[in-house]
Design a protein around this ligand. Sequence first.
Ligand SMILES: C=CC1=C(C)c2cc3[nH]c(cc4nc(cc5[nH]c(cc1n2)c(C)c5CCC(=O)O)C(CCC(=O)O)=C4C)c(C)c3C=C
Ligand SMILES: [Fe+2]
Length: 312
Amino acid sequence: MVAVSLSGRSKLWVLIKRFILRLIGGLIQKRNLNFQANSTMGICTSSEKFVQECRYTHAATEKLGVLLVNIGGPENLNGVQPFLCNLFADPDVIRLPKLFKFLQRPLAKLISILLALKTKQRYAAIGGGSPLRRITDEQADALRTALEAKNLHANVYVGMRYWYPFMEEAIQQIKRDRITKLVLLPLFPQFSISTTGSSIRVLQRIFMLLSKFEKPEEVLIFFSAHGVPVSYDQNAGDPYKDQIEECIYLIMRELKARYQSRLGPVQWLKPYTNEVLVELGRKDLADAVVEALPSAKSLSILRETAKESDCR
Ligand SMILES: C=CC1=C(C)c2cc3[nH]c(cc4nc(cc5[nH]c(cc1n2)c(C)c5CCC(=O)O)C(CCC(=O)O)=C4C)c(C)c3C=C
Ligand SMILES: [Fe+2]
């Protein structure tokens, strides 16, 4: 046990912190958790069911993945405050009434800052960071080995709820690996809304997005990138166009690029977003419009799509 002596001023600070945390606690409300079964996701509750799942999947030539889910934890002290912020930003951890939902992020930030020092001391006392990632990776390796020993084929992934590797990253990998059936294996020893419940919600959100479309396999995704004058590409050796094309190719092989943000009378990279959109609009084909470079989310695509939808 570590004894910490506090000056009068820091005692007052502790009291203020306690008061704020109590106040926040009072705002937190109980809500019911409403789960919906999802056909593409199995939740493993017993080892027997899991083995059945593998055998069935093997027989049906599906590609099975197992996602080990855990809370995650900061590997060093720098990660403590952002980790806490992720944790408290989860509406399954701080359960605010609907009316106060807009406070979720600012509250998470505030609480994480208030708790950071004390939490850092805790992590410092166990070696300066959480061992959870290492332990969970070891569990994943052990599961892989055990499955192979039984001649059962499944890719094993690790996804953390509040820290690296995040569940969202694991899902991206699962999609890249074209897993057709996913078993979610929460490593929390007991069920709680704040642990297993929250992890299931993340997956539900991701899979709900895909299931919004009646035939997800037929969804047309439309990429649009900022354009440059053709002379950049053809005379000045600008690699932009090639990189955009490659980027899109890597994201989704079957898609073609369209270009927006044309300026002036000269010819820009074609086909132009606005022209293709009108064409797609006529055919009622576009299900989604995607920016090729998410980091450069520009107003231009919104402006051009708005312009065209006005025309319709
Ligand atoms: C497995 C059961 C767990 C439940 C239920 C749970 C609920 C819960 N936790 C917090 C706040 C914190 N949890 C923290 C760390 C932490 N929590 C669990 C497990 C459960 N939490 C684990 C395994 C860990 C350690 C992660 C790691 O770094 O290895 C922390 C930060 C550390 C600390 O201060 O102890 C906080 C804060 C809430 C509010 C909550 C339910 C509402
Ligand atoms: Fe916890």
